[in-house]
Design a binder for this molecule. Structure first.
Ligand code: BES
Ligand code: ZN
Length: 459
């Protein structure tokens, strides 16, 4: 298939693509913060308009939460259909003082764009839209139909997307899903991710006295919720980094020898990794390498801990309550519901009689695992290799994109995860960035991908 015109178009229009990414970054589309709702809406509208400009039919589909952008290439009957998924919502920006430039004022330096959402995920799905634009604007026939959907609630658990998929199942029917919302280990290691961890969230609150008490007058005669909570939480993990919740590891699928060998091939230098993270020593579950610990083993983390006085100076109180936000990352074949029950039951058991305990269950998503040897996976690997000019790697990733399991359940489609974000791109951190060279290579990869996939598709 003749792709020279498409490639040329992508090269010639690169400066405009960068400018458009900048425009897109300017929307503070933070889904976790309800007061950002107007920006969510404006961002979705910008994306819909952009899709129309490049030649797609596009619409906004309302949900009980933020709207979903749905766009399609002109329908060609008889050809396979692929669905590209992205998310236009971004993580909160705090701590703001650690940003070297404002999160929603894109800054380009040394061929890198800084800004919240650049790599997670606006730049990554824009790379696909730019490739599609190149086909449409050069009149190069696409070898498949493409449906693009972009949601605004990925960073808060995609609560309304499964319902959206159910409702629009027929319109979204596809042969496979393609998502670029994961990472690649380095510029020289383009990656096909074949597994993601699942996630399950809960919040635990202990209440002791009915109000904050003077610690001098009452302290010593009444239990302290912050102390009690810390003692409970400290028991959730042993010295070897194993989670002590009974049954926690019950359904965990062991890593095969083949996978351990693949993971051992990935670039890793302990000293550099420690420096990058800013830690003195690493810590993780004994018996596993760092790559295994962070991608293929389950974890339980405290994400936030709140109690008592948080202002400047001191305040002599016994706080009335203490709470912790907890998430677990899960691997195949753990079930979020079961794990949440096991953790909740265990916390209740650990709770001392001096405290009232309340547990609130949050969002959850299954882990994902697909076969990296399928025809479609092989086709994707060819597209990665020819565009990046490097041997691609097979990756498990530690992050979660809960909706991939719903694509399988509802649309019966496998998801190819072709991530473009580098380990130091600061996703979810201050100074998030996206490498513009990889942005360009990602567009070339997307352009190459469609003929490769269409060729191997069953239809
Ligand atoms: N893009 C990430 C997920 C990701 C990043 C997967 C890198 C693999 C490698 C996504 O935007 C994300 O952050 N997801 C959340 C989901 C959660 C809120 C349910 C996550 O993993 O914390
Ligand atoms: Zn994210």
């Amino acid at each position: 298939m003749e792709l020279a015109k498409v490639r040329q178009y992508l090269k010639e229009n690169h400066p405009r693509f960068v400018a458009e990414l900048g425009e897109y970054i300017r929307f503070a589309s933070i889904s976790a913060q309800p007061d950002h709702r107007p920006q969510m809406e404006a961002c979705a509208q910008w994306l819909r308009d952009h899709c129309e400009q490049i030649g797609l039919t596009a619409k906004l589909v309302p949900t009980p939460g933020n709207p979903v952008v749905v766009a399609k290439t002109p329908v060609q009957p008889g050809l396979p259909t692929f669905l590209v998924y992205g998310h236009y919502d971004v993580q909160p920006v705090d701590p703001l003082e650690l940003w070297q430039s404002k999160p929603f004022e894109p800054r380009v330096a040394k061929n890198v764009m800084y800004g919240r959402g650049t790599c997670d995920n606006k730049g990554q799905h824009l790379a696909h839209l730019n490739a599609i634009e190149a086909y449409l604007k050069t009149g190069t026939p696409l070898p498949c139909n493409l449906t693009f959907i972009c949601e605004g609630e990925e960073e808060v658990g995609s609560l309304n997307l499964a319902g959206f998929l159910q409702k629009h199942k027929a319109e979204l029917a596809c042969d496979a899903v393609v998502i670029s919302d994961t990472g690649m280990p380095s510029r020289k290691h383009p990656a096909l991710t074949y597994a993601l961890r699942g996630v399950a969230c809960l919040e635990v609150k202990l209440t002791g006295p009915s109000r904050d008490l003077h610690s001098g007058l009452f302290g010593g005669s009444v239990d302290n919720p912050a102390m009690a909570l810390c003692q409970m939480l400290a028991q959730l993990r042993d010295k070897k980094g194993r989670i002590t919740v009974p049954g926690f590891y019950e359904d965990v699928a062991a890593l095969s020898a083949f996978e351990r060998k693949q993971l051992a091939r990935l670039p890793y230098k302990e000293a550099e990794y420690k420096k990058f993270l800013g830690v003195k020593t690493l810590f993780g579950e004994a018996g596993f390498t760092a790559w295994e610990q962070r991608t293929a083993r389950p974890t339980l983390e405290i994400n936030g801990l709140t109690s008592g006085y948080q202002g400047v100076g001191s305040k002599t109180i016994v706080p009335s309550w203490a709470s912790a936000k907890i998430t677990t990352r899960l691997v195949a074949n753990q079930k979020p519901k079961q794990v949440l029950k096991a953790v909740s039951d265990h916390l209740k058991k650990l709770c001392p009689p001096t405290m009232k305990i309340a547990i609130e269950i949050g969002h959850a998503g299954d882990p994902y695992l697909m076969s990296p040897t399928s025809e479609l996976a092989q086709a994707a690997l060819r597209a990665l290799k020819s565009s990046f000019q490097c041997e691609p790697v097979l990756l498990r990733e530690g992050g979660s994109i809960p909706i991939v399991n719903d694509f399988k359940k509802i649309l019966k489609a496998d998801t190819l995860l072709l991530g473009l974000s580098l380990p130091d791109d600061n996703a979810h951190s201050p100074n998030e960035k996206f490498d513009l060279k990889i942005f360009a290579l990602g567009m070339q990869m997307s352009a190459t991908l469609w003929p490769e996939l269409a060729d191997k598709s069953s239809k």
